[in-house]
Design a protein around this ligand. Structure first.
Ligand SMILES: NC(=O)c1ccc[n+]([C@@H]2O[C@H](COP(=O)([O-])OP(=O)(O)OC[C@H]3O[C@@H](n4cnc5c(N)ncnc54)[C@H](OP(=O)(O)O)[C@@H]3O)[C@@H](O)[C@H]2O)c1
Length: 258
């Protein structure tokens, strides 16, 4: 039976590049996102180039029921998922008193609720089979929560805390759960407003291919959490030696528009 790696948010950004890099390694894939045209094109290109099996499933994961429906569809199609990458995610930016509650609640459903649902549903099968790997995409912001990204930062803090504690529960089961924590990446994640923030000048976004490479390594062979890049690792440790009030002032200035 073929063994698939399911990637959410595979239509663009790091999810897209992880799909390409896993295809180069001859891994069979299930691609998930909302953009059917992009998924269809990528699936046929990867199949033609690498001779692998690529399925795609269109789902809006900001509706939690669709995460459950995704799992059911995988079962109905009789696809064996041995690897899961919970990558689909969005960010909202701006003063909390002015940002849209509706968008923030949808973001929480996508970044947190659907991610938890997919972990819950797939991990049980993996534990039964005594094997499997899950990677959840967190962020540098899990270590450095930023003003103007208050709800987004909190979703990524959730993902890291959830992943590390679940990984501990699963020790000895044969199932490994990891967290990838990238800093800024040059993807469609950022809108015009976000790009104007001071932090975009001081910590320049890196290419998604570079982050995807670290993601593929962590998914296939790694353990624990991986902060991508030495500078980001260094930045993640600054709060350990800096008073909270000063740290938050610096971050507020960095997240403000320049
Ligand atoms: N870019 C950064 O600086 C950065 C830094 C740290 C962490 N991250 C995290 O990395 C992950 C990937 O982001 P990215 O930078 O690669 O951004 P991206 O290029 O915007 O990709 C986001 C992916 O998620 C999918 N997606 C968005 N909303 C969805 C929904 N409601 N249902 C299903 N799929 C949805 C998008 O596809 P469709 O639009 O086709 O649905 C797309 O494939 C996110 O979790 C993000 O929080 C990003």
């Amino acid at each position: 039976m073929k063994e698939y790696i399911l990637i959410t948010g595979a239509s663009s950004g790091i999810g897209y590049h992880m799909a390409v890099q896993l295809a180069e390694l001859k891994k069979d894939l299930i691609l998930v996102a909302r953009s059917e045209d992009k998924l269809k094109k990528l699936a046929s290109e990867l199949t033609a180039t690498y001779g692998i099996s690529v399925e795609y499933i269109v789902k809006d994961l900001s509706v939690v029921e669709n995460a459950v429906a995704l799992y059911r569809e995988v079962q109905d199609r009789n696809l064996l998922v041995t690897g899961l990458v919970n990558n689909a995610g969005v960010g909202t930016y701006g003063e909390f008193t002015k940002t849209s509650l509706e968008e923030e609640l949808k973001m929480i459903d996508l970044n947190i609720s659907s991610l938890v649902a997919l972990n819950k549903l797939f991990v049980k099968d993996m534990v039964t089979r005594k094997s499997g790997r899950i990677m959840n995409i967190s962020s540098l912001m899990a270590f450095l929560p930023f003003p103007y990204y208050s709800v987004y930062s909190a979703t990524k803090t959730f993902v890291l805390a959830f992943t590390e504690t679940l990984a501990s529960e699963l020790e000895g089961t044969g199932v490994v759960v990891t967290a990838l924590c990238p800093g800024p990446i040059d993807t469609g994640f950022y809108n015009e407003e976000m790009l104007q923030a001071n932090m975009m000048k001081s910590n320049k976004p890196v290419k998604p291919e570079v982050v995807a490479k670290e993601g593929v390594k962590l998914l296939l062979h790694g353990k624990g959490k991986k902060i991508v890049g030495f500078m980001n690792w260094f930045l993640s440790n600054i709060p350990r030696i800096t008073p909270d009030f000063l740290m938050m002032k610096i971050k507020k200035n960095l997240a403000a528009k320049g």
